[in-house]
Structure formats: C-alpha cells, structure tokens
Design a protein around this ligand. Structure first.
Ligand code: AMP
Length: 220
C-alpha cells in the first residue's frame, strides 16, 4: 500500500508525570499540541502538524491501544510495557525520561526466609516473573495503590513497586531490597503502522531520537 499524505498518525501519550516530561521532547521534535493538554479535560488533541493527533490516556492502556492499532505510536513507562507482557508491537526508542527502578521492598530489617512469600503489587506479572526466575514460591496480592501499607498491615511480607528517591518507602518503614529492572519511558509502534506509515513513523522517530540526544547532559 502506498503512503498517502492524508494518512493520520495517532500518538497515545501517558497522562501524569510522564506527560510533563514528554511534551518538551515532542516540541523539540516539532510536534506541538494545538491547545494546552495539561489544562484540558479532552482526551484527543490536534497538533501543529495536520496529520498528527495526540491522545492522552492511562499508561496501562497505552500498550493496548498500540497493539490493537487504534494508536500508531505510544509513549509509556517500561513498567507498563513489561506488565502488559505482550510483544505485539515494536519498542524502537528509549526517551530516557521518568527514570526510576522496579524493586522489591520490605520492612526495615525484616528477614524474608519463608518458603512462600506474600507479595503485594500493582505489577502482578512483573512480580510473578521475577520470583519465578528466582525459584521462590509466592502468593501475589494485587493492589491498585498505597502498596507501602500492605507489609505494615500484615497483608504481605514484601512489595514490588517503583522506587525513585526511596522517600515513600522510608516514610512507611520500608527499605528497598532487590533491583528487578531499571525503568524509563519508551516509544512503542504498532507493527502494521511501522510498515504502512513507514516514512511518517521513521521521520518522527528520528526527530525524537535527536531531541533525546540533545536533552542528555553528555549525549549519553
Ligand atoms: P519515591 O518516594 O521518590 O521513591 O517515589 C516513589 C513513588 O512515586 C512510587 O511509588 C511511584 O508511585 C511514584 N513514581 C516515582 N517515579 C515514577 C515514575 N518514573 N513513573 C511512575 N511512578 C513513579
């Protein structure tokens, strides 16, 4: 199929803290929302480019939109991509923003030598994969927030969560234990869009890549 100028490129952005860091990168790459995304209740926006639209959704929904092709490109944390679990899209670019770590954490000084650990997490697939790789038996308890409460209240022995400064953990009597993986924001691309809209997708990826490079202190 030939690539027409009338084709639209839909980019799914993650709302919240990632959005604040992504918008300046997009602007450097030449994509500017037609109105202030951060102040609007709308979910889909035109941009300065006639063929580019921006959606703003929850990070956990970005892989779904991209895999199923309702968005051509997605911008989401590696945590959301790993938790989603599918390899049904390409992941060509690390934007190197919203960096943090996926870690296990437990009450300060606690000994986790039980044969079966109770693990609370929002990231149940990441937690299951990690402990299964260690050969550790676990009961995974799915929570949607305030994970730090689970060990304090006796619901779990440890948690699997995102750690940035570690302040949230220490404020709740927990300490980081094992690093599961480093997290940063990634660009994902629908498999069909990569072929059918090749020029548009590659052009945007190249401009984003340059924006990332120019934003790194030593070009790393
Ligand atoms: P901190 O107290 O700095 O370790 O921040 C920990 C909390 O902030 C975590 O429980 C997350 O909910 C959230 N957080 C920090 N950085 C990120 C990030 N890059 N992406 C998503 N959530 C984050």
């Amino acid at each position: 199929m030939s690539e027409k100028h009338t084709q639209k490129l839909v980019i799914a952005l993650t709302k919240g803290r990632i959005l604040d860091e992504v918008l300046p990168l997009l602007e450097k790459a030449g994509v500017i929302p037609a109105e202030d995304i951060t102040r609007s209740r709308k979910l889909i926006f035109d941009s300065n480019l006639p063929n580019v639209q921006l959606m703003v959704i929850r990070g956990s929904d970005v892989p779904t939109y991209v895999e199923l092709g309702s968005a051509d490109i997605g911008i989401a944390g590696k945590d959301m991509i790993l938790e989603y679990g599918s390899r049904g899209f390409y992941e060509p670019l690390d934007l190197k923003i919203a960096r943090c770590r996926m870690m296990t954490a437990a009450p300060v000084g606690s000994i986790l030598n039980m044969p079966r650990l109770k693990v609370a997490s929002k990231f149940v697939n990441i937690a299951r994969d990690y402990f299964s790789g260690l050969g550790q038996q676990v009961d995974i308890i799915k929570l949607n927030g305030a994970l730090e409460l689970a060990p304090i209240m006796g619901l779990a022995d440890c948690i699997v969560d995102i750690v940035d400064t570690g302040k949230t953990l220490s404020a709740n009597g927990l300490e980081p234990r094992a690093l599961i993986t480093e997290i940063s924001t990634r660009v994902i691309v629908n498999r069909a869009s990569m072929k059918i809209k090749h020029t548009m997708v590659q052009d945007l990826l190249q401009r984003l890549q340059k924006a990332v490079e120019s934003s790194q202190p030593n070009g790393s």
